[in-house]
Write a protein that binds this ligand. Structure first.
Ligand SMILES: Cc1cc2nc3c(=O)[nH]c(=O)nc-3n(C[C@H](O)[C@H](O)[C@H](O)COP(=O)(O)O)c2cc1C
Length: 370
């Protein structure tokens, strides 16, 4: 792995990142007026807040078609490579990830786009590789979604090998594979300082094999931190068996308020009374049909969690409760997690002022000194 300066590789036991601010409504499938507006200005504001507070990373979602409902959840999405490039130019410390669908973006184009973003940020880009699952998007691109996961990941593997060879190889080369037939290709400049950190978020066995073979981090849904302990061990074992190290990350949504009652009332307000249930059901149906990122029990039991935060783990309560809940993820073996808020930029400062100092006292994070 290159990029020794990447914040996501720092010594903090619990690394934190924002997830999905490039998408309309972020992670909350809600109709409330204050739901996240994914404007460029809002994204810059949030990125700067995170940058100055020592948040390690920002992770976007690459989405081409929304989920419908009254709000058309994720109907407006800033494209992630251009989004990441812009945010990297506006920040100093934070890792910004780009998310690339291997079936939609040619590897020669991706290799150069990613190297460009990494150059301008002096090595702060990260890459999320998505092998694909969302059939309406494949239809929109005029491409058949391969039924078998093995076929999806076979393409992803060749795609990533092409990208890496462009980054590593001296001078032009030819590539003759199953999916790509390239002649005299090369790509300069390379990424700034070795390979950017690579993440993947597969749940299927084929995907986990791909992730532990290629990625530095695997993101997985946790129904409950205690229940995830074995899964984290399995990820580490699978990586070790291939002579690699793959860290496990998980995902949360946050409602942090001075007391439990206030937090729970707001959760009920945005994710129950005012949920966009039609979009919730569309989202859950598509996830259940084509992806294996969510355990079956999560899909059945947690319709409310999908409304509140796209099926992620709820951190709802006062700052003490939330800090303790976060510590449970570290105990379960996770290296970090994502955070999302209904209005990220408005709500994050309270989390920063109240939860981050508690995590520092607990030894999970070091104070950030710029
Ligand atoms: C943290 C995280 C980020 C993801 N980002 C995207 C994304 O940006 N675009 C997308 O189409 N799928 C995204 N996914 C879905 C997964 O990358 C993957 O395609 C999905 O889990 C299906 O793979 P599987 O069937 O092999 O489990 C994400 C999932 C997680 C947990």
């Amino acid at each position: 792995m290159g990029h020794k300066q990447s914040p996501i590789l720092n010594d903090n036991k619990l690394k934190l990142g924002f997830f999905s601010p490039n998408c309309s409504s972020g992670m909350a499938v809600t109709k409330v007026e204050e739901r996240w507006v994914n404007s460029w200005d809002n994204n810059i504001e949030l990125a700067k807040l995170g940058d100055e507070a020592g948040i390690e990373f920002i992770l976007p979602i690459a989405r081409w078609i929304g989920y419908g409902g009254e709000t058309d959840f994720h109907g407006s999405v800033l494209e992630t490579v251009t989004w990441a490039t812009g945010l990297l130019a506006h920040t100093k410390n934070i890792n910004v990830f780009a998310t690339v669908h291997t079936a939609f973006i040619h590897p020669v184009v991706a290799a150069k786009q990613l190297a460009t973003a990494d150059q301008l940020s002096h090595g702060r880009l990260g890459l999320n590789i998505v092998a694909g699952w969302n059939k309406p998007e494949y239809d929109a691109f005029g491409i058949d979604l391969p039924e078998a996961h093995s076929d999806r990941y076979e393409l992803a593997q060749e795609w990533f090998e092409v990208v890496q060879k462009i980054w590593d190889h001296d001078g032009p080369f030819d590539w003759k594979g199953k999916f790509y037939n390239l002649k005299g290709i090369y790509g300069y400049p390379r990424p700034y300082d070795g390979k950017p950190p690579i993440m993947n978020a597969a749940g299927s066995q084929e995907g986990r094999q791909f992730a532990t073979r290629n990625a530095d981090f695997l993101f997985c849904i946790s129904v409950d931190p205690d229940q995830s302990k074995q899964e984290v061990i399995d990820i580490h074992d699978q990586a070790t068996a291939q002579g690699r190290n793959t860290g496990a990350f998980t995902l949360t949504h946050v409602v942090c308020r001075p007391n439990k009652k206030e937090a729970e009332e707001y959760l009920d307000h945005y994710a129950n009374q005012n949920a966009d249930w039609e979009a919730v059901d569309n989202l859950m149906e598509l996830q259940g049909m084509h992806a294996q990122s969510f355990p079956a029990e999560a899909l059945q039991m947690f319709r409310g969690r999908f409304a509140a935060g796209h099926g992620t783990y709820p951190l709802v309560g006062d700052p003490d409760t939330i800090a303790k809940e976060l510590a449970r993820f570290t105990e379960a073996g996770f290296a970090g997690c994502t955070l999302s808020f209904v209005d990220y930029a408005k709500e994050f400062p309270y989390f920063r002022d109240e939860v981050l100092p508690r995590l520092e006292k607990m030894g999970l994070r070091q104070p950030f000194n710029g």
